[in-house]
Design a protein around this ligand. Structure first.
Ligand code: HEM
Length: 331
């Protein structure tokens, strides 16, 4: 008898390696750590502590003192993420049956190399705004890529045959809105406009400040867009709660909590005069918000275990050893 699409998907799911999925998760978590390390470089203004690239003061391991600790530390974490990405791509190339997922691995390698070159250019050209902003945005795009690879390599992830539902579309919209907010934040940060509006919740003592100067305009745009982001996040979280799928509901609650934390961190960034830890936490939470929105989008596009899906067969048939350890599940 001819194999049905569901049978084909089922056998494809059965061949998925849980070790590969966990390795992809590790790469995603390491990338978030890299974003923190990069955020620390800007927050501590250590960007030019090491004037050369690819070596640091002509060495592989310079003395880790002052700003060199942050700048060279960032390079070391970046190298580790580069190696993880390469291993991930090779692993995908050798064992992943879906061509589009193997391609994501290749794109990730290209992305991490491009990101390394952009990082080097920011140093060699003394932190030009355009390159620094591109480096910040590519970091977030690369994070999205590894999050996507981590989600779709989960043995529980099986795309639905029907068109995307409201939660997928809303969370995709949220991811887009958050990405734009990260880009506005990056422009603000790299044009040193972070404290152009030093008060909060008012802006220069008014609801709408005079917008003639670029630093004030970009800082106010970041505040206004934060309202839009908050709106779409709560619409997404509400839609996720209504699906009756516990994993989606939990992801929605996490997303909603993250946006509230992010607004508090943003306000505290300003009111603390850009304290290093708070500002860096604001950058990292921004990335986490983006990654969560994307994971929710992909998770909502997956079949439930309860539905008549190959994934249910798989999860029921898993052996005891397979049941151990973290996997992303979207019931
Ligand atoms: C949903 C809401 C928000 C998100 C996702 C977000 C995200 C970000 C990100 C990612 C950056 C750094 C970009 C980079 O360097 O690559 C940033 C910068 C910044 N954000 Fe937000 N933000 C949000 C809301 C706010 C709010 C409400 C405030 C309050 C005023 C705020 C204040 C700031 C400031 C002052 C900076 C610049 C810090 C600096 O100059 O070092 N943010 N934001």
């Amino acid at each position: 008898m001819a194999e049905t699409a569901a049978d084909a998907a089922g056998s494809e799911v059965r061949t998925r390696s849980r070790a590969l999925h966990r390795f992809a998760l590790l790469t995603a978590v390491s990338t978030l750590a890299l974003i923190v390390a990069g955020g620390l470089v800007t927050s501590t203004e250590s960007g030019l502590s090491v004037p050369d690239w690819p070596l640091s003061y002509g060495q592989l391991m310079p003395p880790m003192v002052g700003g060199v600790f942050y700048e060279h530390g960032h390079r070391m974490v970046a190298t580790a993420v580069g190696v993880l990405t390469l291993i991930l791509a090779i692993w995908l190339a050798r064992s992943e049956s879906r061509r589009w997922v193997r391609r994501l691995g290749v794109i990730a390698v290209v992305g991490v190399i491009a990101q390394g070159i952009l990082g080097g250019l920011t140093v060699l050209f003394l932190l030009p705004t355009a390159v620094s902003v591109a480096h910040a945005c590519l970091a977030q795009a690369f994070f999205c890529l590894v999050v996507a690879i981590a989600v779709v390599t989960s043995p529980r992830w099986v795309p639905q045959a029907r068109p995307l539902d409201g939660v997928s579309l809303l969370s995709a919209l949220t991811a887009g809105a958050v990405f734009l907010q990260l880009a506005i934040g990056a422009v603000m940060r790299h044009t040193k406009a972070g404290l152009a509006i030093p008060d909060f919740p008012l802006s220069l003592g008014r609801m709408v400040p005079p917008l003639e100067s670029f630093p004030v305009a970009i800082a106010f745009a970041h505040r206004l867009w934060a309202l839009v982001v908050t709106g779409v996040v709560f619409a997404t979280a509400t839609a996720a709660a209504r699906t009756g799928r516990p994993a989606l509901k939990r992801a929605g609650v996490f997303l909603g909590s993250l946006v509230l934390v992010q607004i508090v961190l943003g306000a505290t960034t300003v009111l603390s005069g850009k304290a290093v830890a708070i500002t860096t936490a604001h950058v990292a939470t921004g990335a986490l918000l983006l990654g969560t929105a994307l994971a929710l989008c992909l998770g909502a596009a997956s079949r439930t275990r309860a539905s008549k899906a190959p994934a249910s067969t798989i999860s029921d048939r898993r052996s005891g050893s397979e049941r151990r350890g973290p996997v992303l599940a979207w019931k």
